[in-house]
Design a protein around this ligand. Structure first.
Ligand code: SAH
Length: 398
C-alpha cells in the first residue's frame, strides 16, 4: 500500500476547533468541500476555511464520520512504518499485562483511544482477534497484520469483522483466519488466575468481555459464603470469579444456550462442579424469583449494550431501571448490587440517576460503595471522551 495524500477536505468557517483539539473525527456537517478525486479509504489532508493545514487522516464519504484523523504533523507520512510505530506504541502500553502470568487475555489495540481509529485487536493467549471496522484500516490490513505478527509473535491471527458497523462503512462483514494457525475450538485463557475457555470464532464480540476483567477482581471480596446471582452471565467469567472467592452458591442466567455451555466448562476447569445454569430472559427470571421470594447476597447485572445511540437512551434507561429495580428487590439486607452499563450513550451521571430511581421504586435504601469502569487495557484518550463506554456501581442495599 502506498499512503500518498489523495485529496484535501476543506472545513467550513468556524468548524476547525475539534480538529485543532485533536479530536479524531471530522463529521460530514463540518465539511465545505473535498478537493481532488480521492476514493473512500484514501489518505487526505484536512484544512480550515483559510486553507491552513490541520491534520491528515483517511476518508469515507459513506460514513457520517467522513475523515478519521491519524496525524497532526504535516511531515508525517501514512505508510507501513506509520502503522507499525502506532501498533508498537499500543503494544508497549500493555507491557505490564504482557508480563503478568495471571492474565493472558487483554485488549492490545483500542481503536481511536490508541490513536488507531477503526482498529481493535484483542489478545487471547497465543492468538490475536482483530476487527477492521472502517474502509481506512481495511486498506492497510496486510501491513497491520504483518506488524502485529512481528510485534507479538502469535500462533495465529483471526479476523472478527463480522459486525454491523462494517455495513455503515460500505464493507461486507468478514470472519476467518488471516495469518498462521487456526485457533482451537476453545482457547484456554487465564484471567486473574482463573482458567476460561474462549471461542474466538463464534463467541460474542471477539470471544470475551475483556473490558470487565478488573471489575471481576473487584467482585471477589463480596463473595465469601455468599449466594450469588450472575445475571447476563455470558460464559460465566463473573461466576467463576465469585466461586473462586468462596461463594456458597452461584446462579447464572443468560438467554444464550451456547454461552451457558461454555460457562459450565469454565466452572469445571476451575474445579467448581456446583452451580445453577438458567437459560432464559433475565427480566422474566428475576420476576419469577421475586414471586418465589428467592433472595441473594450478591447480584451482578451486566446487560448487553441497551442503547446503541443517543436516540435509544430513553428506552434503554427504562430497561436499566427495570432490571436493577428487580435486583434491588431480590437482595437480602446488606446485599451487594454490582451493576454496569456498556452503552456509551448512557453517561455515568445518568446511570447513577437510573440506579437511584430503581432503589427508590424498590423501596430500598442503598449506598454506593464502589465505582466501576473499563479496564486499563481499554484506555480513553483525553482527546476522545467518546472512548469511555463502560460504567458501573457497586451498591450496598440496607
Ligand atoms: N457478564 C458477561 C458479559 C455479558 S454480555 C461477562 O462478564 O462475560 C450480555 C449477555 O446478555 C450476553 O451473553 C447475552 O446472551 C445476554 N442477554 C442479552 N439479552 C438477554 C436477556 N434479555 N436475558 C438474558 N440474557 C440476555
Amino acid at each position: 500500500m502506498d499512503g500518498h495524500v489523495n485529496g484535501t477536505v476543506v472545513l467550513k468557517q468556524g468548524r476547525a476547533k475539534p480538529a485543532l483539539q485533536r479530536h479524531p473525527w471530522v463529521f460530514s456537517g463540518a465539511i465545505e468541500r473535498i478537493e481532488g478525486a480521492p476514493t473512500d479509504g484514501d489518505i487526505v489532508d484536512v484544512r480550515d476555511a483559510g486553507n491552513n493545514w490541520l491534520a491528515r487522516g483517511y476518508l469515507n464519504r459513506q460514513s457520517q464520520i467522513v475523515v478519521r484523523l491519524l496525524t497532526w504533523h504535516q511531515d508525517q507520512a501514512i505508510d507501513a512504518d506509520f502503522w507499525r510505530r502506532r501498533l508498537a506504541q499500543a503494544v508497549s502500553g500493555r507491557h505490564r499485562l504482557a508480563g503478568d502470568p495471571s492474565t493472558t487475555a487483554y485488549r492490545l489495540v483500542h481503536a481511536e483511544s490508541d490513536y488507531l481509529p477503526g482498529l481493535v485487536v484483542d489478545r487471547y493467549g497465543d492468538w490475536l482477534a482483530v476487527q477492521f471496522l472502517t474502509q481506512g484500516v481495511e486498506r492497510w490490513r496486510a501491513e497491520i497484520v504483518s506488524a502485529l505478527v512481528s510485534l507479538v509473535t502469535p500462533k495465529g491471527v483471526y479476523e472478527r469483522s463480522d459486525v454491523d458497523v462494517r455495513e455503515r462503512e460500505g464493507l461486507p462483514q468478514r470472519r476467518g483466519l488471516v495469518w498462521g494457525e487456526e485457533p482451537p475450538e476453545h482457547i484456554e485463557i487465564v484471567e486473574n488466575g482463573h482458567r476460561l475457555p474462549v471461542d474466538i470464532r463464534e463467541g460474542q464480540k471477539t470471544g470475551a468481555y475483556l473490558d470487565q476483567r478488573e471489575n471481576r477482581a473487584r467482585l471477589a471480596p463480596f463473595c465469601l459464603g455468599a449466594d450469588v446471582l450472575d445475571a447476563f452471565s455470558y460464559t460465566g467469567a463473573f461466576a467463576v470469579a465469585a466461586a473462586a472467592a468462596g461463594a456458597e452458591r452461584v446462579t447464572l442466567v443468560d438467554s444464550s444456550g451456547p454461552a451457558l455451555d461454555l460457562a459450565r466448562r469454565a466452572m469445571a476447569l476451575n474445579g467448581y462442579q456446583r452451580a445453577d445454569y438458567v437459560e432464559g430472559d433475565v427480566f422474566s427470571v428475576l420476576r419469577k424469583y421475586r414471586a418465589e421470594r428467592r433472595t441473594f447476597n450478591v447480584i451482578v447485572v451486566d446487560p448487553p449494550k441497551l442503547a446503541a445511540s443517543s436516540r435509544e437512551v430513553e428506552r434503554a434507561s427504562r430497561a436499566y431501571k427495570d432490571v436493577n429495580l428487580l435486583a434491588f428487590q431480590l437482595l437480602q439486607p446488606g446485599g451487594i448490587l454490582f451493576t454496569t452499563s456498556c452503552s456509551g450513550a448512557v453517561s455515568a451521571d445518568l446511570f447513577q440517576k437510573i440506579i437511584f430511581g430503581a432503589a427508590l421504586d424498590a423501596g430500598r435504601e442503598a449506598q454506593i460503595v464502589g465505582w466501576l469502569s473499563q479496564g486499563s487495557d481499554h484506555p480513553v484518550a483525553l482527546t476522545f471522551p467518546e472512548g469511555l463506554y463502560l460504567k458501573g456501581l457497586i451498591c450496598r442495599a440496607l
